[in-house]
Design a protein around this ligand. Structure first.
Ligand SMILES: Cc1ncc(COP(=O)(O)O)c(C=O)c1O
Length: 392
């Protein structure tokens, strides 16, 4: 095993078969900007997820941004959005960019998502939505949260960028919220080179999201009656160029869609393989050193996620040195590099936050990692990695 050993974050996520399908498509000399395959991919994705509508965009970050923009457009400006400090930068940047105030809630160790009791304690009349991230393939929902939000009429927005195919009570994550976001970037469960999806059951939001994706133009609407209603309000404008709101161009294209359609066929099978790999990893890693009591119910593992039970900077550095020596690519801090409250973009916005209010996020920030998990990872390689991590 030792000679030339390496373990990258991702391997072979766009297969030879994907490339053959793509070449076959390209040989028909097709239009490559957003067209029929984008529509087909969106439809297949909605069917797979169990929602009415999906909007294919150029990244998960764009999905975050459009969700917050659509929330502002349809539910009004200002107010608080509850977010975790352990998430990707764009989950929080999108909240700030659209003029909402992020309100941070610490995570719990079992699923790395926001602690549900703390979310509920932080809800108030100013709460515009709970923007929950399902981290690393773990389910972050429970009945208490869903009941409380529906009782108070507060929307849930789910970031499922790291958890495609994970379920809560047999229903896929991303089908619970008013909107949900997915990423199809490199090391994720599926790749369209770059890409993301926003999903919703709300017909009105769907039309707004389609316009927001493409310059705010009315001609992007799917529903003819909805579009005509808008057009009639602006008789002095040509219907091809009515820009209803300050917006973006975050469209994807046919190449991404062709890859997405093909990759979706093996997503469920890949999720099972990823979960099995994580189980092997947790069974073999030393539970005296590393936390292993994750809540795996309904998971769709993203990366082999682990963290030290006890804070120990010396041990942390030693483990990182050992991983580097064995060419094991790692990311410290789990999702998004750990505690966002420590990042310059937030410090500029918020000043110094009370980090002691987020001890769990901070623990993961300093003492947590993930390393690559992919469907074709072999058992003996996982066992070997555990041996390296245990042998400290
Ligand atoms: C939780 C989460 N949200 C959003 C994103 C953004 O996705 P993208 O890289 O496609 O912009 C990521 C990216 O890895 C992520 O992990």
């Amino acid at each position: 095993m030792e000679t030339n050993f390496s373990h990258p974050l991702m391997e072979n996520n766009i297969t030879k078969e994907d490339i053959s399908v793509l070449i076959e498509f390209l040989e028909t000399n097709p239009r490559l900007t957003q067209s029929d395959n984008v529509i087909k991919f969106e439809k297949s994705w909605s069917d797979w997820l169990g929602v009415k509508h999906s909007v294919f965009v150029n990244s998960g970050s764009s999905a975050n941004l459009l969700s917050m923009s659509a929330l502002k457009e349809c539910y009004g400006e200002g107010g608080e959005v509850i977010v975790p400090p352990l998430t990707w930068v764009s989950d929080i940047a999108s909240v700030i960019q659209t003029g909402f105030t992020p309100k941070f809630v610490d995570i719990n160790f079992m699923n790395l998502a926001m602690d549900i009791d703390s979310i509920i304690e932080n809800l108030n009349d100013d709460t515009r939505c709970v923007f929950l991230t399902h981290i690393q393939g773990f389910n972050g929902l429970n009945d208490r949260l869903l009941t409380e939000l529906s009782k108070r009429n507060i929307p849930l927005i789910e970031d499922v960028c790291e958890s495609h195919g994970a379920v809560f009570k047999s229903r896929k994550l991303g089908s619970f919220g008013l909107m949900s976001n997915f990423s199809f970037y490199y090391a994720h469960h599926m790749s369209t080179i770059e890409g993301g999806m926003i999903c919703t059951n709300d017909d009105n939001l769907y039309e707004v999201l389609r316009m927001l994706r493409s310059h705010g133009m009315t001609r992007e609407c799917d529903n003819d009656i909805y579009r005509k209603n808008l057009e009639e309000q602006y008789p002095d404008l040509n219907e091809k160029f009515i820009f209803t709101m300050p917006s973006y161009n975050v469209r994807n294209n046919e190449i991404g869609a062709v890859l997405g359609i093909n990759q979706l066929k093996r997503l469920d099978e890949n999720v099972e393989k990823r979960n099995l790999n994580y189980k092997i990893f947790l069974d073999n890693i030393d539970s005296k050193i590393y936390f292993t009591e994750f809540d795996l119910e309904g998971q769709s593992n993203y990366g082999l996620n682990f963290f030290l039970r006890e804070p120990d900077l010396h041990l942390r550095d030693k483990i990182e040195q050992i991983m580097t020596n064995h060419n094991i690519e790692y990311r410290r801090g789990s999702a998004g590099g750990g505690n966002q409250l420590r990042q310059p973009y937030l410090k500029k916005f918020l000043g110094d936050s009370n980090l002691q209010n987020y001890p769990n996020t901070d623990h993961i920030h300093h003492f947590g990692w993930y390393i690559g998990n992919y469907p074709n990872l072999e058992r003996k390689k996982i066992e070997y990695i555990c041996q390296i991590l245990n042998n400290i």
